[in-house]
Design a protein around this ligand. Structure first.
Ligand code: T46
Length: 186
């Protein structure tokens, strides 16, 4: 079973089948048929890739509807702590935080539905992160949550005094003060 539930509706962990041999390994990092067998169908239209060094913290970000993005995230190199917050109004897990270590070694992927704020912290010396999106970048629709919102109390895996955070992310709102248009569809 390649998909594992997380306790938050629609948020899934995907673990591809890895074929190891004396040369190394091979795996299908994405196969639409594998997802469709589970009733999952996303018109991924954009692949993103980011390289960061230890202590970098990106997020928590989202794009407002109608530019909201489903994301399928994995680490090509190194280790990250991937963090999402369910901000779909009406969701039974509204405001709930989920974290998971994604790494080149564990090859785990996180399927993040629309209506979640997403971020990650870099736990290795360097990390290369890649993620598929089912909607294009739309700068004017960008929103986010501040990474150190006391109400969320997120453990990013290192002391935040060492965190490397963009100026843009330093001034994001708390969940309480965040305006967005995400609604949970059960
Ligand atoms: C997201 C994005 C950015 N850009 C440009 C805009 C900036 O000039 C530059 C860096 O963007 P930013 O600082 O927003 O990059 P991150 O902080 O890694 O943003 C991402 O961080 C968290 C983890 C996410 O989940 C989002 O996908 C995304 O917001 O790339 C583009 O050209 N296309 C894009 O899709």
């Amino acid at each position: 079973m390649p998909f594992t539930e997380t306790g938050i509706p629609d948020l899934l962990v995907y673990e591809p089948r890895v074929f190891a041999d004396s040369r190394g390994y091979f795996f299908e990092s994405y196969n639409a048929g594998t997802f469709e067998q589970e009733g999952l169908r996303f018109p991924f239209v954009q692949d993103n890739q980011a390289r960061s060094t230890y202590g970098v913290l990106r997020g928590l970000h989202f794009q407002l509807e109608p530019y909201a993005q489903t994301k399928l995230i994995r680490a090509l190199e190194g280790r990250i702590l991937d963090v999402v917050v369910d901000i779909r109004k009406g969701s039974p897990t509204y405001g709930k935080v989920f974290t998971i270590e994604l790494s080149a070694e564990n090859k785990k992927q996180l399927l993040v539905p629309k209506g979640f704020a997403h971020g990650y912290s870099v736990l290795s010396e360097t990390a290369e992160v890649m993620y598929k999106c089912d909607n294009f970048y739309h700068k004017a629709s960008e929103g986010g949550l501040i990474y150190n919102d006391p109400a969320l109390n997120i453990d990013w895996g290192f002391d935040l005094k060492d965190a490397v955070v963009s100026d843009k992310d330093q001034v994001l709102p708390t969940l309480e003060n965040c305006t967005h248009n995400f609604v949970y569809n059960s």
